[in-house]
Design a protein around this ligand. Structure first.
Ligand SMILES: *Cc1c(COP(=O)(O)O)cnc(C)c1O
Length: 365
């Protein structure tokens, strides 16, 4: 059986270092808001290329805290519109609605699967204040056209970098391209913890300070509460092991590129489309999506032949019960991607032989 993602094997590759880091955190006797988190924040900001990083409890909180901080600082007001790709993972949209903002769902480009810049301009209205791009599947969603639109319409640019730790736009990392970025270290992400964890990166000191306070009950000084905050902390044990995995992240992403290269070189089937990736070096292949009109049949065939695949994602946000008010919205490109997408196994520890087996099976489909 070729697993979609063998997390035990992924972490075992750095097992001794991870166990030593966890032991150090355990022995320190200090488990929250300590040295490991402070060091991780500094190292992660350095990696991404921002002045600051704030460790938080998970990726959804990172998104929510960015929007709340923008509201607390007067840069957004409830009811303002935020443009977001219609085919993103639900968390991006949940953060917008939870903070009283209004999502404007914009269709992706059917080839790149990333938000379509032409459709961003069509969606702009008088209350559109921000654009949240999502580097879905590990591919950079930013481009020169988006840069022009942001400038021309004076939009606040935000990034959901949950799936793209280490990816590049030109020479800059994703997560450093806008005013603030949310990162998730959910175990299956490229930089994955062993539990929940997340971070916000930004160059903006005011936002950093508000987010730190909001994540700590709204307090900047002990027992003094400036905001109605929440508790959203990264813990010392997760931070200690994330520091280890961060040191290996670029090399691990290169291993993902190795697998992706095999898929690109080997898969050729008239009914299976591989989204083009113009620059292997910048894509971190969190997910390797293929598109097929015979998706469900292909998934069953691969399963019968010992290959586990997943679908990212089976139901688009506007078709979810939690957003029943959007049930009649028509987003044909998003709907088409959700009905045709299949994610092939990919990870730093998937072997060449396994990738070739997957490719050969697909060619014989
Ligand atoms: C994983 C993910 C999130 C949420 O992260 P959690 O840590 O699970 O809360 C947000 N956005 C995207 C695009 C994701 O893939």
């Amino acid at each position: 059986m070729i697993r979609f993602l063998d997390l035990g094997k992924v972490n075992a590759a750095h097992g001794a270092e991870i166990e030593a880091a966890i032991a150090r955190a355990v022995r320190s006797g200090w488990y929250l808001q300590g040295r490991e988190v402070a060091s991780f924040e500094e190292e992660y900001a350095g990696f991404i290329g921002t002045a600051k990083a704030v460790g938080v409890a998970n990726g959804l909180d990172a998104l929510i805290l960015i929007f709340r901080a923008l509201i607390e600082s007067g840069r957004l007001s409830p009811g303002d519109e935020v443009i977001v790709p219609a085919n993103t993972y639900i968390a991006t949209i949940l953060a917008i609605t939870e903070t009283g903002l209004t999502p404007r769902l914009v269709e992706p480009d059917p080839v790149t699967l990333q938000i379509d810049p032409l459709k961003i301009e069509e969606a702009l209205g008088p209350r559109t204040k921000a654009l949240m791009i999502v580097h879905l599947y590990g591919r950079c969603a930013y481009n020169d056209r988006i840069a022009d639109i942001v400038k021309k319409h004076n939009l606040i640019l935000l990034e959901d970098n949950a799936q793209a730790h280490g990816a590049f736009y030109d020479t800059r990392r994703t997560g450093s391209l806008g005013l603030a970025a949310a990162h998730s270290f959910y175990p299956g992400k490229n930089l994955g913890a062993m539990g929940d964890a997340g971070a916000v990166t930004t160059d903006d000191e005011e936002l950093e300070n508000i987010i730190r306070a909001l994540a700590n009950y709204g307090s900047q000084r002990k027992y003094v509460f400036k905001y109605q905050g929440k508790n959203s902390r990264l813990d010392e044990i997760q931070a200690a092991l994330l520091r280890v995995k961060l040191r290996h992240l670029d090399a691990d992403n290169n291993e993902r590129r190795r697998v992706a290269s095999i898929y690109y070189d080997s898969i050729s089937h008239p009914d299976v489309m591989l989204p083009p990736t113009p620059d292997m070096h910048r894509n971190v292949f969190h997910i390797f999506p293929v598109l097929s009109d015979r998706r469900d049949e292909l998934q069953r065939y691969l399963k019968d032949n010992g290959v586990e695949t997943l679908i990212h994602y089976p139901i688009p946000p506007h078709r979810q019960e939690c957003y029943s008010e959007w049930a009649n919205m028509s987003l044909p490109i998003t709907e088409s991607i959700h009905s045709r997408e299949l994610s092939l196994p990919i990870s730093p520890v998937l072997t060449d032989e396994e990738a070739i087996k997957v490719a050969t099976l697909i060619n014989n489909f």
